[in-house]
Design a protein around this ligand. Structure first.
Ligand code: C2E
Ligand code: CA
Ligand code: CA
Ligand code: CA
Length: 279
């Protein structure tokens, strides 16, 4: 019995080491990824539920590693979040998005607002808001074309700083969206306290609405609440026509999901924007 325990421990500890080693090697490669130009931005359209017309898009990062190939953000963002790497990645995304917006404007290409995912860590850096405002002014980026997506846990973790950051950035025209709504420790009072423009219903609810009555009711209530509070509401992860019909009936205005488009590279996104509808 003693031996068995020892073996168990060894198995456990070696698999733990593999996970640790993997995280460690991802982290050390991540440190060079910006310098080596290994990141790419994809854009996923958000469409008007009734017409299928693109009204905005979410910028989503991709990592093209020279030997590992394409690595999804679900794999490396959580690792980056554990260090200040997430701040460098966030800077890269913001700069890239502003560059694209300005380039599209210069080329007279179609323009829609672009959403960016903002890490909770951001709000802990004192000069972050001032730096953003400076950067946007220096690059002559139209702040009304930017929306920042934050999660409920960001709001809860750093209430005061987040509240004042949102207020300052909203003053210059940047919009805010509450991402993955319904999955966090949502307190409805937060919706009143923070100047949120958009609620994004998490895809876990949307993907079960045709099967689960409770997810149907939750989704319905979120849409009702958002409309009552004069917020825009977006359903994420819409994959089927049934889900779309259901959401339309409930008065959900905007849809993001594979039914209309996956996240695509910039060129492809520009050609989608030239279409009248994605229906
Ligand atoms: P998120 O912010 O909730 O982004 C939406 C995710 O849902 C994206 O995954 C998107 O591809 C996926 N999605 C959209 N529609 C559908 C659908 O119909 N079906 C399914 N199954 N999935 C759908 P992605 O691009 O893999 O990103 C995963 C997460 O990584 C994001 O979740 C976000 O938390 C994080 N992330 C991605 N890019 C960035 C970034 O630039 N900065 C930060 N801080 N986080 C990022
Ligand atoms: Ca998001
Ligand atoms: Ca989301
Ligand atoms: Ca998420």
């Amino acid at each position: 019995a003693k031996d068995k325990g020892k073996n168990n421990f060894q198995i456990y500890s070696s698999s733990l080491n593999i996970a640790t080693y993997k995280a460690f090697s991802i982290e050390s490669s991540l440190r060079n990824a910006i310098k080596n130009d290994e990141f790419i931005l994809h854009f996923q359209p958000r469409v008007e539920a009734g017409t299928g017309k693109i009204v905005s898009a979410e910028a989503l990062i991709r990592w093209n590693h020279p030997t590992w190939g394409l690595i999804s953000p679900g794999e490396f963002i959580p690792i980056a979040e554990k260090s200040d790497l997430i701040l460098d990645i966030g800077d890269w995304v913001l700069i890239k998005v502003c560059n694209y917006i300005n380039e599209w404007k210069k080329r007279d290409a179609p323009l829609v607002p672009i959403s960016i995912n903002i890490s909770a860590k951001r709000f802990l850096k004192n000069d972050w808001v001032i730096n953003i405002i400076d950067f946007i002014e220096e690059t002559h980026t139209d702040p009304r074309l930017l929306e920042f997506e934050i999660t409920e846990s960001t709001l809860i973790k750093h209430e005061e700083v987040v509240e004042s950051a949102i207020d300052s950035l909203k003053k210059i025209g940047i919009r805010f969206a509450l991402d993955d709504f319904g999955t966090g420790y949502s307190s409805l009072t937060y919706l009143n306290r923070f100047a949120i423009d958009t609620i994004k219903i998490d895809k876990s609810f949307i993907q079960k609405i045709s099967k689960s009555d409770s997810d149907k009711i939750i989704t319905k209530s979120i849409i009702f609440l958002a409309r009552g509070l004069k917020m825009r509401v977006v359903a994420e992860g819409v994959e089927t026509p049934e889900q779309l019909v259901f959401l339309q009936k409930l008065g959900c205005e905007e849809i993001q999901g594979f039914l209309f488009s996956k996240p695509v590279p910039e060129k492809e996104f520009q050609s989608l924007l030239k279409k009248e509808t994605l229906k």
